[in-house]
Each structure stands twice: as structure tokens, then as C-alpha cells.
Design a protein around this ligand. Structure first.
Ligand SMILES: Nc1ncnc2c1ncn2[C@@H]1O[C@H](COP(=O)(O)OP(=O)(O)OP(=O)(O)O)[C@@H](O)[C@H]1O
Ligand SMILES: [Mg+2]
Length: 452
């Protein structure tokens, strides 16, 4: 804008100077005509009156010049330095305007010829000239007047551009917020309220999402196939190791075969957990309204025999309040099973594991699993939930994927996962899930009973 202002200033100055020249030229020509009239009417002797001479010679700035030259007598009045440039003018023709230099100063001059009133054979050449100073002064004044106006215009234009850009960008804000709220959601963008100008962008993003979904689906299919391919040979391997151990005579061979059995079991678990993690990451959110208070007893009930087998007291503390949420039944059950697995694995015989459901906050439900095992050192708590992380003194048999699966499932529900020391002495895992309020269930199916 400043560069434009500069160009505009140059143009304004040139235009103002052109108009100023036109006006001054006319004045100069008028002066020449006035002087000629004065000569004709007021100077019977071919000279000008002293009053007129005073007026003509009155020039405090020294920028105006005049001369009257007779063809016969030479200079009659005025400046002798004013060069008689150019062809002499002819009597009766209009004043001729031309540029001339006097002592290196550029001047503009007007020349007019009249017949000497006293001697009809003599011609008087009347020249009036002025320096270009006043023309430049006028052009400069016009320029100075126009600059504040143009600065004001630039200010107004900038304000309009600013408002326009802000308004234009505000239209993008809801879309940005909608995308920012997503974590693992790759579903197409709902573009019914997206401005037409942005539709190409949302469609490009949708196409990218579609490709990503395809890549993830391929990855999931690959891991599922790999897990499936591993399951059968691993089951066979375990069976054969068991069989061989039964018939082995050397106790060292029995020990080795039992070791192979345990490792095979672990490999099978790892492939199953890997499959679960992949599913937890890429499965679309198919959430439905469900009441955890009703589902939880059935889920915990299924693990009672495992707890009894380990001589662990598995309990459930639930709430009378309705505990509705929008959730994925299979995902939540899988998450709880992983937490109970961990608690049972790390709690020594005779210990306690408690599953608790809290609905004390108006917006959040809390599902927690406490155990009386050794827990996890405080400095390692932040690392729980990382894939393949296992505490150095963890009980054998884990793959380090269980809590990562729980974390992904919690994320999909818009919840948070927190680890701390339990009042029972071991680890407390608290899963906070957004609560569903009455009236929010429209359009979703309602599950009120456990699948079991
Ligand atoms: N209840 C718990 N008590 C003590 N340590 C725990 C408990 N739960 C988890 N941990 C620690 O966190 C680590 C990660 O647990 P996570 O469930 O992710 O994996 P894992 O149990 O080792 O294997 P997986 O669950 O995949 O079979 C465990 O190896 C263990 O060190
Ligand atoms: Mg585990």
C-alpha cells in the first residue's frame, strides 16, 4: 500500500503540475494582452506610464520579468536580460507561449506583438515571463492536501481487508474445532454447514481419511491373519510339548518341555493381545446407550472362578444410581477383563481384588479396579499404558499390551485413564467415562442386560 501511495504521489504531482501550468500559462498570456492594451491606451509616446511600470516591476520575489522591445528603437522597458528567444511575434496573432532560460533558471514566457501607437511602422514585441516556482508551489500544495486523504483511504481499506479476512476465517473455526476434537475418528466430515469455498478442502480431507481407513483396515486384516495363522501351530506345539512331557523320562527333558509349554502359551497370548490392540485402535465407534450398573455384575461374575482358583477375594462395589453411558459393550468388557487379569496376576494368594463403579460426579462415571498386590513403583506409573511396557519385577506371563488396549478403549469413549496406589496396597486403575444424561439417548439402541 505504501508503494502504491508513492506511485500515486508522483502521478498526483504530475497531474497537479500540468493543471497549474495550464492556469499560469493563461494568466501569463492575459498579462501580455493587458500590457499591450496599456501600451495602446496609456502611452502616447510609446512608453508605459510610471504607475504601470511600478506595477510591472513590483516583484518582491524576483520571479517575474517583462520586456518591451521596439523593432526600431530596441529595448524600451523591462529587463534587458530577458532573452528575445524565438521568432518575433506577428501583430494581431494571439500570445505565443514558450520556455526559456535566464541565468540557468527555467522560465515560461508569453510573447505578443502590437503596432506602436505612435509609429505605425514600428512593431513592439511584448514579453512577460515568470519562473516556474509558483507552479511547483501549487502542485506541491495539492499533493500535500491529497496525502492525508489517501492515507485515510488506505486506513479504511486496511480496516475493510482486516474485517473481511477475519470474517472469512471465522467460517473455518467450527470446522477446525470439529477436526481438533477428533482423536482416532476417521469418519467423513459432516459438511452440511461448511461454506461452499471450503468444500474442496473437506472433500480432499475426506478422501485422505478414506485412504487412511483402508490402510488401517489392511493392517488390521494382516495382523488378524497373522494371529490366526499363529494360533493353530501354537496350539499344536503346546499339545505336543504337553504330550512329550508326559512320556519323557529324564527330569531335565520334562523341565525343558514344560518351559516350552509356558513360552508357547505366552506367544499365543501375545498374538491374541496384538489382535485386540489392533481392533481397539481401528474399530469404528459404534456406541450405544448402556447401564454399567447392570452390565458390570455379569462381567465380574464371569471372573469369579478364576479368582477362586487363585484364592483371591474378587468383589464388586457398585452404586444404586443409574450409570448410563454411550459405550461399546465388547470394548468395555475387554478393558475390564484386562484390568482383572492384571490384578489377579499380580495379587498373591489370599489377597483382594475389588471392582468399583462410582456415579458421584454429574458428568463422569468411574470404573476402578483395586488390588492388594505389590503395585507399581510411583516413578513407573506414568509409563503404564505404553505398548510393550512391563515393570522390571512384573509377574511372568504378560506381554505388556493389556493396559495399552484399555487406554485405546478409554480414548474411544472420550474418557481418561488414571493409575495410582490403591488403598488396598496394590495398584488402582481408574477409568473415567463421560456419563449419559436422561434425554440424550435419542437415536441409539439401549442395552440393559449383559450378553451372558
Ligand atoms: N495390578 C497390577 N499390579 C502390579 N503391576 C501391574 C498391575 N497391572 C499392570 N502392572 C504392570 O504394568 C505392566 C503392563 O501391564 P499390561 O496389562 O499392559 O501388560 P501385561 O499384563 O504385562 O501383559 P498382557 O496384559 O498384555 O498380557 C505389567 O507388566 C506390570 O508390570
Ligand atoms: Mg495385563
Amino acid at each position: 500500500m505504501l508503494a502504491l501511495l508513492l506511485v500515486d504521489a508522483v502521478v498526483t504531482y504530475a497531474v497537479s503540475l500540468a493543471y497549474s501550468n495550464r492556469v499560469h500559462d493563461r494568466d501569463l498570456a492575459d498579462d501580455a494582452v493587458t500590457l499591450a492594451t496599456m501600451l495602446r491606451t496609456q502611452s502616447p509616446h510609446g512608453d508605459i506610464s510610471s504607475q504601470a511600470r511600478f506595477l510591472l516591476e513590483y516583484d518582491p520575489d524576483g520571479r517575474d520579468y517583462f520586456s518591451i522591445r521596439s523593432s526600431n528603437r530596441g529595448l524600451i522597458a523591462g529587463s534587458r536580460h530577458l532573452p528575445p528567444a524565438g521568432k518575433p511575434a506577428l501583430p494581431g496573432s494571439p500570445p505565443r507561449l514558450y520556455d526559456v532560460r535566464l541565468n540557468h533558471t527555467p522560465l515560461r514566457a508569453a510573447r505578443l506583438a502590437v503596432l506602436d501607437p505612435n509609429n505605425r511602422h514600428d512593431i513592439l514585441q511584448i514579453t512577460v515571463a515568470e519562473s516556474l516556482h509558483s507552479r511547483h508551489v501549487v502542485a506541491r500544495q495539492i499533493l500535500l492536501m491529497s496525502i492525508p486523504l489517501q492515507l485515510g483511504l488506505i486506513g479504511a481499506l486496511l480496516a475493510l481487508v482486516w474485517i473481511g479476512v477475519r470474517y472469512g476465517l471465522r467460517v473455518i473455526e467450527p470446522l477446525t474445532a470439529k477436526l481438533a476434537r477428533r482423536e482416532h475418528d476417521l469418519s467423513p466430515i459432516d459438511d452440511h454447514d461448511v461454506p461452499v469455498e471450503l468444500l474442496p478442502l473437506t472433500r480432499t480431507i475426506d478422501a485422505l481419511f478414506a485412504r487412511l481407513r483402508e490402510v488401517l483396515a489392511q493392517q488390521e486384516r494382516f495382523i488378524a491373519d497373522a494371529a490366526h495363522q499363529l494360533r493353530t501351530p501354537l496350539a499344536g506345539l503346546r499339545l505336543q510339548a504337553e504330550r512329550a512331557a508326559r512320556f519323557a523320562i529324564d527330569p531335565r527333558a520334562v523341565d525343558a518341555l514344560q518351559h516350552i509349554e509356558r513360552l508357547t502359551e505366552r506367544a499365543a497370548r501375545a498374538s491374541a493381545q496384538l489382535l485386540s490392540l489392533t481392533r481397539a485402535q481401528s474399530r469404528p465407534r459404534e456406541l450405544q446407550a448402556l447401564d454399567l450398573g447392570i452390565l458390570l455384575p455379569a462381567w465380574v461374575g464371569q471372573r469369579v472362578y478364576d479368582a477362586i482358583a487363585q484364592n483371591i477375594d474378587l468383589g464388586l462395589e457398585t452404586t444404586d444410581e443409574p450409570a448410563w453411558l454411550l459405550g461399546d459393550t465388547h470394548g468395555l468388557e475387554e478393558a475390564l477383563n484386562n484390568l482383572i487379569d492384571n490384578a489377579l496376576r499380580h495379587t498373591p494368594s489370599g489377597g483382594t481384588v475389588t471392582v468399583g463403579l462410582g456415579a458421584d460426579s454429574p458428568d463422569w462415571l468411574s470404573l476402578r479396579v483395586d488390588d492388594s498386590g505389590p503395585g507399581v513403583p510411583d516413578e513407573l506409573l506414568p509409563r503404564l499404558g505404553e505398548r510393550f511396557f512391563r515393570a522390571p519385577d512384573a509377574a511372568e506371563g504378560g506381554t505388556g499390551l493389556g493396559l495399552a488396549i484399555v487406554q485405546r478403549i478409554t480414548d474411544k469413549h472420550g474418557g481418561t485413564l488414571q493409575f495410582s496406589r490403591s488403598t488396598l496396597g496394590g495398584l488402582a486403575v481408574i477409568m473415567r467415562l463421560p456419563r449419559l444424561h436422561a434425554g440424550e439417548t435419542t437415536g441409539t439402541s439401549v442395552v440393559t442386560h449383559a450378553n451372558a
